[in-house]
Write a protein that binds this ligand. Structure first.
Ligand code: SF4
Length: 481
């Protein structure tokens, strides 16, 4: 018991570098500016999303199709991944398989070193953040430059992403101006003199800073939103066009993609290209949808490497309840409606995947042995708003409860475990339950107002319900039999 959530097992005190969710959230909710930035941004995006989704009469059918396609693909993942590998290879690409973060980082570092380059440009990729690629490359003397505008803000600010779609959602315009003015020069072209916080000026400063990098880079690293097995085609959707610069200008392109991102056919892709933009940016279609298949002589990168990343996904796939998290298309709709995320912000989740999807995906990818990861399934009120908006119908509350069960089984206060075991016995034996109810009624005057031991924190802010003088079953016998 942490003093915050009933049922959450106690763990050794977490270090400040890896506080549990309740510890990090308790600190984050004190930050008024963060709360204001988050409230404004999440409410704006969620309202726009609702309007964009309401435009389609067949949204429910699209959602069901998205769920069915993902479930089918996950059930036959082995077959589709091999098909994808064959198609990518036939189109001139090279496929690498990475079981974990360390292997993926080593593959990418070796590939970059083989080109003789010491710099790479990156198009936004959650998978590479998940494995800590930038840090691994830095250890090898290779500098990775983020080129997505929000990722650039995060990198220049020596910060961490706090939202899937808008990684710098916790920053407002004045803060971004400050970061650009103070930090751009250390990373390349400095910000223009007299930079203000007008969106047009900030965007121009980023454009000038990044353009220099696009024109110089010989190697790019990307992720992908989808991979089409039948042709070996990779797909990136984005809003700024910076991704397309990364995907087309350098000589070598290395894409690091989770194995769950494969879809069987182009017809399947069509469904997700309708679901994703409306759910994420509330647009009817993405401004930039880039697709590439292997290499083409005289057009785009001459070398293409695809690193297929497992890193805990196979283990998640083996879990009959938890595997639905692998349907996620990273739209971020669940974050924007979550009352917990809105107040705590993304950093409290201690992972690249914040919000409701982070609360179910991270503990499956990383396991639940650390205090932080074990606390994540409790980072929810179970209100169900995330499930309502999820375009692939992931029942996030169901997975949260499932993971809580897993956490409770591996730990817990001895008193709490004993109480739950006793409750289980009594509820399973009607005679024992009747006797316990009568005893509770007769001793009601002696009942404490607050729970003792590990339950005390729960009753700090709640009243224990009154126990009736006589149980309902006795009343029933007297009045109805
Ligand atoms: S869980 Fe659903 S709503 Fe949340 S990011 Fe993934 S696809 Fe979007």
């Amino acid at each position: 018991m942490t003093g915050t959530f009933l049922g959450m097992p106690a763990f050794p005190q977490a270090t400040s570098a890896q506080a549990t969710f309740p510890q990090a959230a308790a600190e984050a909710v004190q930050d008024e500016r963060l709360r204001a930035n988050l409230r404004h941004a999440t409410h704006t995006i969620r309202d726009k999303r609702a309007r964009a989704v309401a435009e389609l009469d067949d949204w429910a059918e699209l959602r069901a199709a998205g769920k069915a396609i993902k479930d089918h693909t996950l059930r036959h993942l082995d077959r589709y991944l091999v098909q994808l590998e064959e198609a990518v290879t036939a189109a001139g690409g090279i496929v690498h398989w990475a079981a974990d973060a360390e292997e993926a980082n080593r593959i990418v570092a070796d590939l970059v070193r083989a080109t003789g380059e010491t710099e790479v440009v990156k198009v936004k990729s959650m998978a590479t953040q998940e494995i800590g690629l930038n840090e691994a490359l830095a250890a090898e003397g290779i500098t990775a430059y983020e080129t997505d505008l929000a990722e650039l803000i995060v990198q220049l600010g020596d910060d961490r992403p706090s939202h899937i779609l808008v990684p710098a959602i916790h920053r407002n315009r004045a803060e971004i101006r400050e970061i650009f003015a103070e930090r751009m020069a250390a990373w390349g072209r400095p910000a223009p003199e007299g930079l203000t916080d007008s969106p047009a000026e900030l965007a121009e400063a980023a454009r000038l800073h990044l353009r220099e990098k696009f024109l110089r880079a010989r190697v790019a690293v990307s992720g992908a939103n989808f991979m089409v097995a039948e042709t070996g085609t990779l797909v990136v959707v984005e809003s700024e066009g910076n991704g397309r610069m990364c995907l087309t200008l350098p000589r070598t392109l290395i894409s690091v993609v989770g194995i769950e991102k494969v879809v069987p056919t182009w017809q399947d892709l069509e469904v997700f290209l309708q679901l994703l933009p409306r759910s994420s940016t509330a647009e009817r279609m993405n401004p930039y949808t880039s697709l590439w298949t292997g290499t083409t002589e005289g057009d785009g990168p001459s070398a293409f490497h695809l690193v297929l990343l497992d890193n805990g996904r196979t283990a998640a796939l083996a879990d009959q309840v938890g595997r639905q998290a692998l349907r996620c298309i990273r739209c971020s709709a669940c974050l924007n409606v979550c009352p917990v995320y809105e107040r705590a912000g993304g950093h409290a989740y201690g992972s690249v995947y914040p919000g409701p999807i982070g609360a179910i995906l991270t503990p499956q990818l990383r396991g639940t042995t650390s205090p932080l990861d074990a606390s994540l399934p409790y980072a929810s009120s179970l209100c169900g708003a995330c499930y309502q908006v999820c375009p692939v119908a992931i029942d996030i509350p169901e997975v949260l409860v499932h993971l809580r069960e897993r956490v409770a089984e591996q730990g817990g206060h001895p008193l709490e475990r004993a109480a739950i075991a006793a409750a289980g016995y009594v509820l399973d034996h009607p005679a024992a339950l009747a006797a316990a109810e009568r005893l509770a009624g007769r001793t009601r005057a002696l009942h404490p107002r607050r729970l003792p031991g590990p339950g005390r924190a729960w009753t700090d802010t709640r009243d224990l319900p009154e126990v009736p003088a006589a149980p309902f079953r006795d009343w029933w016998r007297r009045n109805r039999s």
